[in-house]
Each structure stands twice: as structure tokens, then as C-alpha cells.
Ligand binder design. Sequence first.
Ligand code: TMP
Length: 211
Amino acid sequence: MDGLFITFEGADGSGKSTQARFLAEGLRELGFDVVLTREPGGCPVAEKIRDIVLDKNNTDILDITEAYLYAAARAQHVHEVILPALKQGKIVVCDRFIHSSVAYQGYGRNLGKERVLEINKHAVDGCLPDITFFITVNPESAFDRMNEQKERDRLETQEQAFYDRLFKGYLKILEDEKDTIIPIEAKGTKFETKEIVLAKAKAILQEKGLL
Ligand code: TMP
């Protein structure tokens, strides 16, 4: 594969979507051909699955169904958007990917990491991120940011215990994948965080001989 696959992870309210957008813009300014996309979603079929999975009226979705829905959206997204872009040598910046399933469904929903990886194996078809930026904020600021939103989706209306498991799950993933996941502590303004992420990305591109 010739391109570079960069993902952003973090809890709801961590500001990772803004950082994904900033990085895509920063890399474009450096002359790279960048595809900015997101999960769940990123292509028409996957966006429809997103509507189902985030609809808070769907109170009866089983945890296992939820895991398959995210994986189904991912299969479509990988084959329709991510793999073709990487094959054309582009940089793909994706807001959430498989680590979100491990964190939310594996740890948050208690389905277990192994089961979630098994479900996702065929969906990702070997397409895994080269680099993942994991935006960390303390859980209180994430909650404050979520509370500022007018509408919460289905995943944002869970009980506190779910978020505790999710937070610990993300830390476990970080511990397990130290080589490819870069933790970014979002302590300052979003613009300060943007500069930190861009500097790290540039260093990696230089290391890989791409810059
Ligand atoms: P977003 O708010 O970052 O767009 O993500 C939508 C929600 O979907 C968020 O609460 C996290 C959740 N999610 C999962 O539970 N599993 C997944 O695999 C993905 C990609 C997202």
C-alpha cells in the first residue's frame, strides 16, 4: 500500500473530530492529497448505518447487533473509500476506526476485545492504521463538552459505568499498542493541540521519507 492511513481516537467530547480536520488541512497545505473521512460513516451506505446505530429511539439494539452494525459500516467504508485512496497514494485521515469498536463495544459494552476483533477481521480486510492519534482529555472536560451539545446521540446517553469502562478500555488499548498509537494530551487550546499533532505527523512523514 502506498498511501498513509491516519486515524483519530478519543472519547466523545475529546475534540478529536476538530483535530482530524485540522490535520487534514495542515497536510493539504504541505501539498499532500488527503481524504478526510469518519466512522461510522464516510460513504452513503455506512452513513445510513450510522443513522440507525446513533438513533436514540433504537433502544432495543443488542450489544452484539451494535458491534456488527459498526463492522458492516466499516466494511463498506474500507472497500469503497479507504483502500482505493491508499492505493492511489493518498493520505487518509479518519475520525475513529477499529479502536473505537474495541473501546466502545469490546470494553464499554463488555463484549470483549477478542470477539470485537474477530467480528471486524473481515470488515477491515488487513487495512489497519499506520498511525493513530489518541486525544486524551480528563473525563470531566469530555462530559462538560458533551453537555454543551443540544442533542445527544444513543451512545452519548449511557450510564456512568459505561464511560468508566470505556475510559479504562482506551488506556488498555494505548498500553497494548504503544508503537502505533500516539497519545495527545489536549490540555491547551484546540490550536495548541493542532500544532502538537501536526509536528508529530510531520516527524513521522519525514521518518517514512514522505516529507
Ligand atoms: P462520533 O460522535 O465520534 O461521530 O462517533 C459516534 C459514536 O459512535 C461515538 O459515541 C462512538 C461510537 N462508536 C462506537 O461505539 N463504535 C465504533 O466502532 C465507532 C466507529 C464509533
